[in-house]
Ligand binder design. Sequence first.
Ligand SMILES: [Zn+2]
Length: 396
Amino acid sequence: MKVKIINGTIITPYRYIRDGTILIENGIIIGIETRDMDFPDSDVIDAEGHYVAPGFIDLHIHGGGGHDFMDGSVDAFLKIAETHAQYGTTAMVPTTLTAEKEHLLETLDFYEKANAANANGAQFLGMHLEGPYFALSQRGAQDPRYIRNPDPKEYEEVLAYSNSITRWSAAPELPGAIEFGKRLKQKGILAAVAHTDAIYEDVLEAYENGYTLATHLYSAMSGVTRRNAFRYAGTIESAFLLDMDVEIIADGVHLPAPLLKLIYKIKGPDRIALITDAMRAAGMPEGESTLGSLKNGLKVIVEDGVAKLPDRTSFAGSVSTADRLVRTMVNMADVSLLDAVRMATATPARIMGVHDRKGTLVAGKDADIVIFDADIRIQRTIIKGKTIYLNAIPQI
Ligand SMILES: [Zn+2]
């Protein structure tokens, strides 16, 4: 199985290689060349002058194509993976919502079956449990019925149940949250601060004990607060001040341009991961939808390119796809295409610990590749050397 990609502008993503060539054998990149090369017996993909970049890696995603990872089926997992692959995502971390323990365990079961069956969608990089250990005051669209404090008896059972958890988000100021972070660190699971009212002192202690990522920065998270006359730095300021990674919902709605620019200015492209945080309505027409499981999820309304609670007081997840994140950073935040791609590829790969095989176009890594035009519209998605999506609309 040999493939050669020619006639594209390669985004490595540390530089452009114009008219570059990528050589692929058995799903692995074996060469990045600055000119066309002989590669006998290979299939040739003509990039037609488009950009050729690493596939996008989405660290935080709940659904798409009408499905949610908590729907309770293998089919839902596969359909979400296939839907987002059409928008350039080649790897993702399926994410749960706050729920009862039994529902989480069941979702982990479906994850494992879906992971084994996933042949035509974005690859899965383990599960992200978002909650249920959150601050009630910062619940956002998380169902308050299921929010609780960390309980070692419960999380030890969950950790013993499945080896598929690679990330877990919690509020660090809750009783038991530091112990929980230490335990995640021990298990090699990425711990993230989320849905939190923490002040700097809480976040510092959390950071020192395993929490290295801020979940959807600015969303459901404390900023500067006052207690009587005195000001306290919140989680946002802590994420800026400490050497932490941040992820941002760069759909162009959750964060306005000045905040995107501020985050980029302070953290830079090597500390920022672009995430969709997409719910089931991603890749679907606007209108009514459900956040979380069909059985006991929350009714939401999708309008203005985002999901909202019915009373419109809060966003209820995004309907973004990965191509839109990159487009937003370029068009709204005035970030270079190289840096925008990096925040969707190399940086999330490093944060997830898969940078040895994903996130950049270099020899030895998986041939997860996306080809897109000047408007960052996806033309072709390739996973491990195999084309799994091809835009059938003829180019004008
Ligand atoms: Zn989420």
